[in-house]
Design a protein around this ligand. Sequence first.
Ligand code: PMP
Length: 288
Amino acid sequence: MKVFFNGELVDQDQAKVSVFDHGLLYGDGVFEGIRAYNGRVFKLREHVDRLFFSAKAILLTIPMTHDQVCQAVLDTCRANGIRDGYVRLVVTRGPGTLGLNPFKCVNPLLFVIADKIQLYPPHMYEDGMDIITVATTRNHQNAVNPAIKSLNYLNNILAKIEAVNCGYEEAIMLNPAGYVAECTGDNIFIIRGNSLLTPPLEAGALYGITRQTAMDIASKLGLSVSEPNLTRYDLYNADECFLTGTAAEVMPVVKIDGRVIGSGKPGPVTRRIVEHYKDLTTSSGEPL
Ligand code: PMP
């Protein structure tokens, strides 16, 4: 496998990160997860936009232009013959000293891996997922803003540990005010009548690229789309529920904290959104 590393494509075993890299020592860096479908990279520009926004928020200078980063993603996919796959694009603060000071890291590192991913078992997309709320709250926006897709994912990992320890694949995280924020690696939506609802970004949701795509699809389908604060009560009493994420795609949810959602099967509106999402992913994007 070829990895784009520090400006060039190298063999996978040549792509080595320093033990002094602050990405490793402190989770100081940003990343993106991007998918390719049918020989096209889906929403590439949107992902690279978000990478730059995350980097700006942590005062990290990406050592390449927006266009060059897009090109690096395409080149890495091509070098590995990827037509359907998953890309991990990472920018770390680079090597520094053992102190925290990020200003001592003068060479940020950008690398791109293009590989495959299967996040959840295929039957879950048919049967729907059973999820729970966990005690770990989503980061406060004035601590580490959840809008920043940073390399520090411990908040999410702690929540994931709770979920997996209880026998679940995914968990709902509330924000410090008690409203629904998102799941550990996915955004969450409910359908109520003719409305699609999802927590607002200020509730502690990542500005998900799939989230936006689902909202666009729902508008085209004639649903009213809104972003109100949601409580667990709202989730329990929804007609339908689903999760979105680049890796997860659109995942129906049929049970939350033991409460059956709607009919207990993936709902009709969710199914239509899934169909449209599939059409879009296989027919749009940057060609490889
Ligand atoms: N929330 C979190 C915490 C995530 O890590 C992700 C990405 N895996 C998402 C939401 C979904 O974002 P996107 O649709 O852009 O992949």
